[in-house]
Design a protein around this ligand. Structure first.
Ligand code: PLP
Length: 467
């Protein structure tokens, strides 16, 4: 164990001693949670939520005072880490000045946040419709696309997550859709590129990108191009496994959309605002293909203000914005452009600019994550693939590297749960989805912290594989 790792493991603090604003001990917090709080995506009886008493930078503290490196960024949104002083100060200052204001009014925090967001979105996506989060951003983007085109159908990938509200969850591909699927009118799913488990029998990145585009072209022609309002894609699918699209794929989707008058919606809710080592993940397509790939609508949330106050939105192209110059846009939210959330966005974006956070995220991805995880994968048979970019990585765990059978059950127990438990004992909190460990810490995490986390993963994998 490295020195940094042992520091990480052994450090406890007085975080449990103060009862904080709500005035509850960790024990009371837990008891009241179990009695009164109804949690998302869960059978309630089986829940055993970790009590968090304190958070700072890349760390959280549990109810026993153990410090853990937060490699989840909660739900991949605390991009500037916990309790960033500039964000806290901005929210406090805005609260002292003006806590809230309804959407019809113009407000300095809202105007400034919109300007800053538009200054970083690709192309001319210069108008921003603010929402409360990612799901409603996608719902509104689809509504705009349908009204703009006069068409109904929406194409989305199976390996995707677009949110938990009714239309967003029906557009979602992952199994969370199944119990909610009331067959939303006109939503059709297709396969995007995923070389490690290629739906197209491809063996190279180029083949995968090419075949995925040929297949999408067929899907469009069989669905009827004139019936399709939008294609919605995560620029890098996140929850589904961080699959960076092959070079040329997103440019190809752009070209298919242009050819058929289909609106291209890029969902950057998770991948945007620096997570992928670019302001927006779609810029990777621009780096590698010829010319820039600009979607018609770009949805964001999470990293826009590090999730300190709920905020999402849709950045809109001039053509789609013009549709609603004379015609009423039939949609809105009470808290659209909430001043506290916008103040947090202003502080987040200016901090990212001043501290060169996107450059740091890109370097951390190439110099630390890629190098460290590639070495780790060479030492552990269970790691079928380590992939990602920026501060957006997964380890895809397999029981057998040849068959690529996903690792879930092993030696009579749940290997993934055992690996996570071994990580937590050593002071690391990774995120789990299906057979994958998602490694998605704040973008402000240091190289030493990432190396410490990889050291802990190494030990945890060795422990569980040997048991
Ligand atoms: N889109 C993507 C790509 C996401 O990852 C998420 C949430 O994880 C959403 C949309 C939904 O965002 P929210 O939970 O803020 O509604």
């Amino acid at each position: 164990m490295s020195e940094t790792t042992s520091e990480t493991t052994s450090e406890t603090t007085s975080a449990v001693s103060g009862y904080g604003f709500a005035g509850l001990s960790p024990e009371e917090t837990y008891r009241l949670d179990r009695r009164h709080v109804f949690h998302s995506w869960s059978a309630q009886a089986a829940l055993d939520p970790m009590v968090i008493t304190k958070a700072e930078g890349s760390y959280i503290w549990d109810g026993q005072g153990n410090r853990l490196l937060d490699f989840t960024s909660q739900l991949v949104y605390t991009n500037l880490g916990h309790q960033h002083p500039r964000l806290v100060a901005a929210i406090q200052a805005q609260a002292a000045e003006l806590c809230t204001l309804a959407p019809p009014y113009a407000n300095a925090a809202r105007s400034q946040a919109a300007r800053l967001i538009a200054s970083h979105t690709p192309g001319e996506l210069d108008k921003v419709f603010f929402t409360n989060g990612g799901a409603d951003a996608n719902e509104h983007a689809i509504r705009m696309a349908r009204l703009h085109t006069g068409r109904q159908k929406v194409l989305a990938t199976y390996r995707s997550y677009h949110g938990g509200t009714q239309l967003a969850v029906n557009v979602t591909g992952d199994p969370r859709r199944w119990p909610n699927d009331q067959g939303a009118a006109g939503v059709k799913h297709f396969f995007g590129p995923y070389l490690y488990r290629s739906p197209f029998g491809a063996t190279t990145t180029e083949e995968e990108g090419q075949r995925a585009l040929e297949y999408l072209e067929q899907v469009i022609s069989f669905e009827g191009p004139d019936t399709i309002a939008a294609i919605i894609l995560e620029s890098i699918p996140g929850t589904a496994g961080v699959m960076v699209p092959p070079p040329g794929y997103l440019a190809g989707v752009r070209e298919l959309c242009d050819r058929h008058g289909i609106v291209f919606i890029a969902d950057e809710v998770m991948a945007g605002f620096g997570r992928a080592g670019r302001w927006f993940a779609i810029e990777h397509a621009t780096d590698r293909a010829d010319g820039s790939v600009v979607p018609d609508l770009l949805t964001f949330a999470k990293g826009v203000n590090s999730g300190y106050v709920p905020l999402g939105g849709v950045a809109i192209s001039p053509q789609i914005a013009a549709t609603f110059d004379e015609r009423v846009y039939p949609g809105g939210l009470t808290y659209s452009g909430h001043p506290l959330a916008c103040a947090a966005a202003i502080a987040t974006i200016t901090t990212m600019e001043d501290d060169r956070i996107v450059e740091h995220a890109a370097a951390l991805g190439e110099e630390v994550f890629r190098v460290g995880l590639t070495e780790l994968a060479e030492r552990h048979e269970w790691i079928g693939e380590a992939r990602g970019t920026g501060v957006f990585w997964v380890l895809e765990l397999v029981a057998d590297p040849d068959t690529r059978e996903p690792l879930t059950e092993h030696a009579g127990g749940n290997a993934l749960a055992a690996i996570v438990a071994a990580c937590k004992r050593r002071g690391l909190l990774p995120m789990v989805n299906a057979n994958r460990l998602h490694l998605v810490p704040p973008l402000t995490t240091t190289a030493a912290e990432v190396r410490a986390a990889i050291g802990i993963l190494d030990e945890a994998l060795t422990e569980v594989a040997g048991s």
